[in-house]
Write a protein that binds this ligand. Sequence first.
Ligand code: FES
Length: 322
Amino acid sequence: MGEALLKARVHALRLEARDVISVELQPAESGAKLPAFEPGSHIDLHLAEGLVRSYSLLNGANDRRYVIGVLKARDSRGGSRHVHEQLKLGAELLISAPRNNFRLVEDAQHSVLVAGGIGVTPLLAMLRRLAGLGRSVEFIHCARSRADAAFLEEVEAIVAAHPEVELRHHFDATHGGPPDLRMLLAGKPPGSHFYCCGPTPMLAAFEEACAALGQPNAHIERFSPVEQAPATSTGTCRVELRRSARVIEVKPDVSILDAVLAAGVRADHSCHEGMCGACETRVLCGDVEHRDSILTKQEQAANKSMMICVSRGRTGTLVLDL
Ligand code: FES
């Protein structure tokens, strides 16, 4: 059994930029309410059998409707193509409740939001919140070109209503290449928080820039799984499920999640690829080879929790709070 799902209806579909549509979801049943969410949250869309994709919520957190932005990816693994080609107005679909793996520190002295392409979506919700709170915030909106920059008008409208917000654009087509993040992020006050959502090379450049500038408060959100080196823990792994008082042997070609479910123990899950956070489980004891795309390096090193759909125990018995 996965997590409890919600029934939603497609209330609006809008073209937002070249190859980008927004999808507005409302409860499928009249009188029902969608759970509240925080900026940075995402939901999973259950699009078809085995096709589950996570999308960030871009609208205001008090709306009780969910709006997502979907780019028709050239290298689509099926999700974005399905949304663009199959999803129709009025269609019903199953979604997860919102989860937040990209938390906003609302009382930071200064915040810098770096949006790359469709990665603008969670940052738009963050910008709206920080601007509304009157916080010091800067938004760096990057895209291939102006025509590719989704939600440009929405960002500009927020900035127009809050002139203290600083907005910069970077269009690769105009500047002749990707942004120089080290230059753009330099000179920010100590204690600033930096957020980036965008394509993988941009996230890598962002992390490198923050590290080189000695800025420790760097937060990222990915929209595709991190490419992992081959696993080093390739044998059978022994797992104790402390709350269920069970010990299971997990074969090399089976995930801990699947072994737990096969043993009849309930564990939330959704994406099966270390992206959504649904299966995050507390580690009580043991050494983990983390292979998810959510936890930061520091969180992985702290070893307090793991995504059991992709990560495994290295040696000895792994003890989980399940
Ligand atoms: S099921 Fe999504 S991270 Fe494990």
